[in-house]
Design a protein around this ligand. Sequence first.
Ligand code: ZN
Length: 485
Amino acid sequence: MAGDAVAEVKSRLDLVEVIGGYVTLHRAGRELTGLCPFHAEKTPSFAVNPERQVWFCHGCGKGGDLFHFIQQIERIDFREALEMLADRAGVELESGPRSDRGAGRKRRRSIELNGKAQAYYQHVLWATDAGERGRALLIDRRIDEALARRFGVGFAPAGGAGEDALTRYLTGKAGAGVDEVVEAGLAHPPGRGRTRDRFRDRLVFPIRDDRGEVLGFGARALGDARPKYLNSPDSAAYHKSSAIFGIDLARTAIVAKHAAVIVEGYFDVIAAHAAGVEHTVASSGTALTREQVHSLGRLAETLILCFDGDEAGRVAATRAVDVIAVEGVQARICRLPAAFKDPDELVRSDPAAFAQAIEEAPPAWQVLLDAALGAGEGGSVDARRAGAERAVSVLARIPEATTRELYLQQAARRLDIGARSLSTDLAHSMRDGTRRPGRIVVAAPAETTPDTAEESEPVEADEPMPPWEAQLARVVLIRPEMAAA
Ligand code: ZN
């Protein structure tokens, strides 16, 4: 029964410890206090009472028990909170079909083996000769050992003649079956009598859930080996459409800042954290998905996109804005100075400039509208006409009516035309939009799909990208003056 499970969970978990994962607490008499995660404040009015196992904020009036806290901070319902806390407390919930419980066991086993793999890869990286090349790459990227260890970075050895060093380790000392290692995504299924490790001669980045449990890995080749990036396959624990790299280390900062920064690469995430921008995460092996946006949207009102400055990065950012808008979350776009190709490069050159670019990231619709208006602003009749058409295409994508209207007025003002005519064109465009052809498939650029060739899938787009939009994507992430050129 749920009631028993609630009591059992509460008896096994300490409220102070759970809240301490989200809020920095200081002892003050019989209570502990900290800055409230539910409202912005500079002096602590959030208090936890360890004896009574309750919390209360004197600033915003919120309060309750363990479950209330988790429900509110995670923005989940009671059932989800119960599942999450029961999992953490090691309490098995009785309800649910038997097959679900079987899936739960497989998931636990997969997480366990991936966790052991992380420890093994870290050992290889830091304590063996085989890890030397991995250590050299980290030095090259200016990532010191403490930082790399926080992220659990490791090295997957070539594996000797059998290419199965990890599999031998897990099936030996760790007592796993070969089938379990394969199911955990760590080895290829046995073909012609042998099982090969999935990741060989690569730097590996564990992809963990928000509590730091290892779901799978992203792995980067050394030198020119192909593919450059390889990911765990979907398994009982790892789902690439929902996994978020860095979420375990970023979530407290995301909640505190009410915003999450999304970058493209593992090195970008690590560099951002090194620069003090600790609310940074990345999707791994896919373009940003609705599932990822949904779970980040539970923690923050705003998502700041900081993608690579190349064509692929700009197209990905333009697409991501639509995904974010559909989920009802605010999007901002961080434009890197033109000389830097990705956040990692900027951080290595000037960490403060990166932090500032994130702070000053303008709303995404503003960036898209600025680019669309381009030379239309203050230009000839033809240029203004063309600018208006492009502006209408951007406006038609804004799902929320008030926001759309505000940008429409701004566009009309800047093009020096009546808001009414622009509004008429917009109405036509939105009506026609419903008759547009259905889904088309756009081949994803190689750099944004760090997967093997045989595994990489084309990214499905809901709508075709009109030529001007591709052009727009080109200017989105560069300095605004480029948009007017
Ligand atoms: Zn409060």
